[in-house]
Design a binder for this molecule. Structure first.
Ligand code: KG4
Ligand code: ZN
Length: 390
């Protein structure tokens, strides 16, 4: 996957992501773009997708759910790093400044105009309300001006759908481990757009734990990639950290005890005037997180009888998680799917992938669509009213 980067004057990084790495099934017919009855859609479905739920402004053009014609990300991460986390007000203001440029670049790179679109899709939740509103307002304006159908997409369903882009052979049902900054879910993807949650975190999300521990050991923000990098120089067996087991919910996670254990070690070292090896703490913490995530995912596949597992969300770009999942899946005869790292973190191509399957089902949103910051996964309301493209 090729990423063209340009750091703008305000510190925002503008990226254009090109050329998806070919999957195992490269060259195969695009099975994923079939309709539910197995027939091919009459014509190509071209969707402009917009994502602005956190600190990335993104726009992409996606054909038939799996072919990315353009994928633009404007990342504000450098602006928030100085504050040690995302500042919602700054994020919203930057989205307003960047969104039109991202959409123009996405259309230009795809070589199309708004007239060529079949639909406009946008993340409408969950996320930061002010940030979401920028994308939602933009998508509504484009839909109103062009008459093209509007589709609201759940951000986490987008993360899961990132797996469809490079794995042309992946079709539901499968198990998906969703691990991002705000979510840690173990999900059965029963069909396109149909999710059954079988496990979730009781406290911190996996990405949140990475961010908090990184801050505590002085690595700063964003924690996930920094711990991933530091851990490569450290000993994962230097410290033995607890892995929470929840007796009445074997697929649930809990990361707050692990975070406290890391804080205790830091405090003890301070009191004894000892210097802690940052890389050893990072590697041991990462091992504890990655082991519990992998164990749960493999167990779910075996007990629920699925032979395919995917990972999704920002933490899915973690190298130790990818390696351990790969190893354990091979050992247990399970096919392992994962998006390229740049498609694991926030992007609009994944929103376009999820939107395609909603579009094919006839899901259409009206101009009354609103941002829903705490939109639940799985049982959200689907709207069939509003304009239709037929
Ligand atoms: O999915 P994402 O980009 O945004 C949300 O929807 O939350 O996930 C961001 C999270 C952050 O907590 C970040 O620290 C974590 O993903 N992350 C990682 C890695 N890259 C990003 N965690 C562990 N290892 C990484 N390489
Ligand atoms: Zn995300």
């Amino acid at each position: 996957m090729q990423i063209d980067k340009n750091v703008e004057e305000d510190g925002v990084i503008f990226m254009s992501i090109k050329d998806g790495e070919e999957s195992d099934a490269a060259g195969k017919e695009q099975e994923g773009s079939r309709e539910a009855d197995g027939s091919q859609p009459d014509k190509d479905v071209i969707i402009l997708a917009i994502e602005s739920s956190c600190d990335e402004t993104a726009a992409a053009v996606v054909k038939n759910g799996r072919e990315v014609l353009s994928n633009i990300i404007s990342s504000q991460i450098a602006l928030h790093t100085v504050y040690g986390g995302v500042v919602p007000e700054i994020a919203s203001r930057k989205h307003v400044e960047k969104i039109n440029g991202c959409i123009k670049a996405a259309l230009d790179e795809a070589g199309i105009t708004l007239e060529d679109l079949d639909a406009v899709a946008v993340t409408y939740g969950p996320g930061l309300v002010g940030a979401l509103l920028v994308g939602v307002s933009e998508a509504k304006a484009i839909s109103f001006a062009t008459g093209k159908p509007l589709i609201g997409v759940h951000h986490i369903e987008g993360h899961i759908s990132a797996n469809f882009i490079e794995n042309k052979d992946l079709e539901p049902p499968f198990v998906c481990l969703v691990v991002s900054g705000g979510h840690s879910h173990l999900v059965v993807v029963k069909d396109y757009g149909e999710y059954e949650i079988i496990g979730q975190t009781r406290d911190d999300a996996a990405g949140e734990a990475f961010d908090k521990v990184a801050r505590a050991i002085g690595l700063g923000y964003p924690g996930g990639p920094k711990i991933d990098k530091a851990a490569r120089e450290g000993n994962p067996d230097a410290f033995s950290f607890p892995q929470a087991k929840i007796p009445d919910a074997e697929y649930d996670f809990s990361f707050s005890g692990l975070k406290s254990a890391v804080l205790n070690i830091i405090n003890q070292a301070k009191m004894q005037g000892q210097e802690l090896n940052q890389a050893d703490v990072a590697a041991s913490f990462q091992k504890a997180v990655v082991e519990v995530l992998t164990t749960h995912a493999i167990k779910a596949c075996k007990e629920y009888g699925y032979d395919k597992v995917a990972i999704a969300g920002g933490v899915a770009s973690n190298s130790a998680l990818r390696d351990l999942m790969e190893k354990e899946c091979a050992k247990n005869g399970i096919r392992f799917y994962r998006p390229s790292p740049v498609l694991c973190t926030d992007n609009a191509a994944m929103i376009g992938a999820a939107a395609y399957y909603e579009y094919m089902k006839g899901v259409r949103f009206g101009l009354d669509m609103n941002a829903v910051p705490n939109l639940p996964l799985g049982d959200r309301e689907r709207r069939y009213h509003g304009r239709s493209n037929s």
